[in-house]
Design a protein around this ligand. Structure first.
Ligand code: NAP
Length: 252
């Protein structure tokens, strides 16, 4: 860590869906700046444990906590466990997400509901739980991982696009509600990032035509933006914004 960069020492960060992909890179990045990391995951316990081992071996602090963040009782148990251990929550990264892609006419209600339940309702449940703690602290950073699909649409992703557009609207409203207590709420909107989520796409050549920088992004490139938004004082005056990390796909 460079001595000139802002430190997250003493901050407690919960990252949902941190066992793999973008969430894992965010956990590694925030840990490298000194934050204590809560590695939430749904089922990949070995991957979560290996991340905790990696962070602690590097001199950092981390725990792994299993919870399906689309389920209210599991979200409550997750946040209670974090408060029991660390007594505070400084950073929440709502990253956990899934896809159930198919064209509208083939989309089953359960495909729709599963994506809405995790990608949108999960963000609501975790934000509500974290904000109760942050309001008392009068400080906090909430960073929601959206998607370019929520801004520009994407055939086969009606459920996912609706959830991610919902996350963007949710981010703006909650930013206004929590601003008086010093809590910022922002969204990071990735384009196509190399993770398990995008590993099965079979139209890569077609996709690359829409990416001005001509390549997929890496999880670390999303993590850098999240770390900036978590940093004090660098991002203290930024709230209700959407930051694209997408190789130029969306230019507002
Ligand atoms: P990924 O590689 O598939 O990883 C998903 C993560 O979410 C895993 O850690 C997984 O845990 C966790 N998860 C899944 N269901 C969960 C649940 N019910 N409760 C808690 N955690 C759960 O996905 P990714 O590509 O890193 O995506 C991360 C976020 O970025 C998502 O919100 C996604 O929509 C968004 N995004 C991704 C891209 C992209 O191109 N990859 C683009 C735009 C936005 P387990 O390992 O335990 O299953």
């Amino acid at each position: 860590m460079s001595a000139n960069l802002p430190s997250l020492q003493g901050k407690v960060a919960i990252i949902t869906g941190a066992s793999r992909g973008i969430g894992r890179a965010i956990a590694q990045e925030l840990a490298s700046y000194g934050a204590s990391i809560v590695v939430n995951y749904a089922s990949s316990s070995a991957a979560a444990d290996s991340l905790v081992a990696e962070i602690t071996a590097a001199g950092g602090e981390a725990i792994a906590l299993q919870a399906d963040v689309s389920q209210i009782d599991q979200v409550e148990a997750l946040f209670n466990a974090v408060i029991d251990k660390y007594k505070r929550i400084d950073i929440l990264v709502n990253n956990a997400g899934i896809t159930r892609d198919t064209l509208l006419l083939r989309m089953k209600p359960e495909d729709w509901q599963a994506v809405i339940n995790l990608n949108l309702t999960g963000v609501f449940l975790c934000t509500r739980a974290a904000s109760k703690v942050m309001l008392k602290q009068r400080s906090g950073r909430i960073i929601n991982i959206a998607s370019v699909a929520g801004q520009m649409g994407n055939p086969g992703q009606a459920n996912y696009s609706a959830a991610k557009a919902g996350v963007i609207g949710f981010t703006k409203t909650v930013a206004k509600e929590l601003a008086p207590r010093g809590i910022t709420v922002n969204a990071v909107s990735p384009g196509f990032i190399t993770t398990d989520m995008t590993s099965n796409l079979n139209n890569t050549e077609e996709i690359l035509k829409y990416i001005p920088l001509g390549r997929y992004g890496q999880p670390e490139e999303v993590a850098g933006m999240v770390r900036f938004l978590a940093a004090d004082p660098a991002a203290a005056y930024i709230t209700g914004q959407v930051f694209n990390v997408d190789g130029g796909m969306v230019m507002a």
